[in-house]
Write a protein that binds this ligand. Structure first.
Ligand SMILES: [Zn+2]
Length: 472
């Protein structure tokens, strides 16, 4: 029954039947978490399917201990002087001892130091499916130092192919997590979320929400009489509201205490559970080949129940038919899983080959590629690559985890350039001047696109950057 996964072959093993193709495509579309659920479901439903007690390397078939990489494959690839070392892994995550020893992972040897995005994602993650988690991650990774982010709900919905209402739900969950109000657009929105949360346990002075939502600027400037006049309440009432806000609310969620520790770091990427693929350097040396580790879902090898075949001889005709059906189903499921791993593995190799400079040297070296180009290289259909990319995450050698779609982000290289241009500017450059600078580097993009990317990077327009310089 054992079928090894062929890594080096250029041609796709053609699926035998439509059932095979359909199931492979469904599995390919899923992240490892979902596939693990599917495996558990099949194990529970189908007595012909079993977990193999022996852990075999999915690439060469040799027996290996759980939690290690295959030495056989390692040696073979090193002998061949391969540029990349590829593995199908059954290791537990987090994988390497270096990672556990690294002070970034543990402080005082015990406390798990986490960033604000991680801290929030842990609270809301349970209530989200894989796609919603991606949306939560993209919202949380854009938080500024105050814990704010201006979420473009429409753009997120279309980018992640989920309904607008789902994006709104994700944002709402984030805002009501600790520190309450995080992920809001600004201080005003954060305060309103906090009032909403406090209402459940406390009496809120009348008019509080209206004053925050309609008279926020007057409130900041302590123009109490003006607020009183417009709301037709007494100054006393306004002062009471102002005191309540000062004592109970925090306009800047990220500056409040959250969790056990505080370590907000800008642009920190998130740990979305165990990644589907891990890239690292051989012997942890950036001069050495890149190791590609594709994680096998459920860390397990599936096999057919050995006693099932023998039992076929002793049962009546009807049972025999049912058992045959079970066996066929089980064997198909195993084949489809192998095909899924095989496709992800081959795609990962091609991606690493193309994006090696990005992986080794950073964002500005990301090559603009499309799923169609990768499909062509692997002689598969574009939809196969779309599925293989969907819901998958990859950990780069810098130990940050990204959605696999990061390799296809055409805007990243340009966004990085814009960031660098602004960092180096002596006088604030307007968007048109940035367009000209980019053109000199051979990048031709429209002014409104520059404006959009500038926003994505959290860079203010030139006239506001001017004000910032003045107030310094
Ligand atoms: Zn092996």
């Amino acid at each position: 029954m054992y079928q090894k996964i062929t890594v080096q072959t250029k041609t796709e093993v053609k699926p035998q039947t439509t059932a095979h193709l359909a199931q492979t495509m469904t599995l390919l579309n899923m992240g490892n978490g979902e596939v693990e659920e599917e495996i558990q479901k099949n194990l529970a439903e189908n007595p012909a399917l079993e977990l193999d007690e022996i852990n075999r390397c999915a690439m060469c078939g040799s027996e290996i201990a759980f939690g290690v990489l295959c030495k056989n494959c390692m040696n073979n690839q090193l002998k061949q002087d391969s540029q990349y070392l590829t593995f199908v892994s059954t290791r537990e995550f987090p994988v390497s001892e270096e990672a556990a020893d690294n002070e970034d992972y543990f402080e005082d040897g015990t406390v798990d130091r986490q960033t604000l995005p991680e801290y929030v994602l842990r609270q809301v993650g349970m209530e989200l499916d894989d796609r919603e988690k991606m949306v939560a991650a993209s919202i949380l990774t854009q938080l500024d130092d105050d814990g704010f982010v201006d979420v473009d709900i429409l753009e997120l919905a279309s980018y992640h192919h989920i309904p607008i209402s789902s994006v709104e739900r994700v944002k709402g969950l984030i805002q009501h997590a600790d520190p309450v109000g995080v992920g809001s657009k600004d201080a005003r929105e954060a305060l309103l979320v906090q009032v909403d949360e406090l209402k459940r346990s406390k009496d809120i002075p009348e008019w509080t929400e209206k004053v925050i939502s309609d008279h926020f600027h007057a409130l900041l400037k302590k123009q109490f009489s003006e607020i009183a006049q417009q709301c037709e309440i007494t100054i006393n009432q306004v002062e009471k509201i102002a005191n309540f806000i000062t004592e109970n609310l925090n306009p800047y969620p990220a500056r409040s205490n959250w969790g056990d520790v505080r370590n907000p770091q800008e642009n920190e990427m998130l740990q979305l559970g165990a990644p589907d693929i891990i890239l690292s350097f051989f012997e942890n040396n950036p001069q050495k080949p890149i190791m590609i580790e594709v994680f096998q879902p459920a860390n397990s090898n599936l096999t057919l129940n050995a006693s099932y075949h023998a039992a076929l001889k002793t049962v009546d005709k009807e049972t025999k038919m049912k058992m045959r059906e079970d066996l066929e189903k089980a064997s198909l499921f195993i084949k489809c899983l192998q095909q899924r791993t095989n496709t992800i593995l081959r795609m990962a190799q091609v991606l690493v080959e193309i994006q090696e400079k990005y992986i080794r040297e950073g964002d500005r070296y990301l090559k603009p590629i499309t799923r169609a180009e990768i499909a062509k290289k692997l002689s598969v259909h574009e939809s196969t690559i779309s599925r293989a990319v969907s819901s998958k995450t990859i950990q780069l050698p810098n130990r940050k985890v990204y959605p696999l779609s990061v390799f296809f982000d055409r805007s990243l290289q340009i966004r990085t350039e814009i960031k660098e241009i602004v960092e180096k500017e002596k006088e604030p450059l307007n968007d048109q001047e940035i367009v000209t600078k980019l053109e000199k580097k051979g990048m031709h993009i429209a002014r409104r696109t520059v404006a959009k990317y500038r926003d994505m990077e959290g860079i203010l327009p030139a006239y506001q950057r001017k004000e910032k310089v003045k107030t310094k």
